[in-house]
Design a protein around this ligand. Sequence first.
Ligand code: ADP
Ligand code: ADP
Length: 235
Amino acid sequence: QPLLAARELSKTYGSTVALSGASARLDAGEIVALTGRSGSGKSTLLHCMAGIVRPDHGSVTYRQLDVDVSVTHRQEQLEQAPEERLSALRRTEFAVVFQFGQLIPELTALDNVALPLILGGTDRRAAQERARAWLERFGVLDRAEARPGELSGGQAQRVALARALVTGPKVVFADEPTGALDSLAGEQVMTELTSAARESGAAVLLVTHDATVAAYADREIRLTDGRTTVLEVSA
Ligand code: ADP
Ligand code: ADP
C-alpha cells in the first residue's frame, strides 16, 4: 500500500479543466517530482494530495484514510473517528513549502522555525533548541535572529525548509521550492532538501517545471492537460 495515493482526480474551475483523471502515488521516504507545462495541473494535483483543494471526483487516501474528509461513505467503513485521526495525522505528518518561503515577516528566522513545534505543544526552550539544530543543518544558523525581509532568497528558502522539517513530517509537499532562486542556489537547496528528507525518512512530493530540479527525484510523474503519465527517472 502506498503512503499517499490519488486516484482518478478531476477538478474544474469554471470552464477550465485543471485535472481530468490524474492518478499518483507516493511511497514512504520517496522523492517524486510532478512535472509538466505551466497550466498542466501540477499545483492542483499537489494541493489535492495535501488536502488543501478538494477534487470534484476521485479520491485521495493517506495511510488508507480518505484525505477528503467530506466523503463520509468511505469513512463509515473505518473504525474509530477517522476524521479526527486524519486531521491529527495531517497536522503532524504533512508539511508544505511554497515557491516564496511564506515565512511570517514579523518573526525572526529562529521563531519561524520554532513556531510549528510551539503550536504542537513543545515548550519554547526545547522548540528553539530544535529550531537551531535545523537552521544549522541548512547552513543558516548565523541568520537565526534575522527577519525574513533581511534574508536572501536562498536563505529564506532554507529557513522555510527548516520550518517544514522541524516537526519530523512523513510527507513534504513542495510547490516550485526553487522557483524564486537562480539555478546555482536552486541546486544547492535541492541537494539540501533531498539529503535532509532522506535522513529523516520524509517523502517529498515536488512540483517543478525544471528538468534539473526533477533530476533530484527518484521518480517523475508528468502531467499533460490534467492527466498523468508515469515516467521512471534513472536516479
Ligand atoms: P500548473 O501548476 O501545472 O501550472 P495549475 O494546477 O496551477 O497548473 O493550474 C491548472 C489550470 O487550472 C490552469 O489553467 C490554471 O489557470 C487553472 N487554475 C488553477 N487553480 C485555479 C483557481 N483557483 N481558480 C481558477 N483556475 C485555476
Ligand atoms: P504555479 O506557478 O505553481 O502553477 P500559479 O502561480 O499558477 O502556480 O498559481 C498560484 C495559485 O493561484 C495556486 O494556488 C492556483 O491554484 C491559483 N491559480 C492559478 N491559476 C488561477 C486562476 N486562473 N485563477 C485563480 N487562481 C488561480
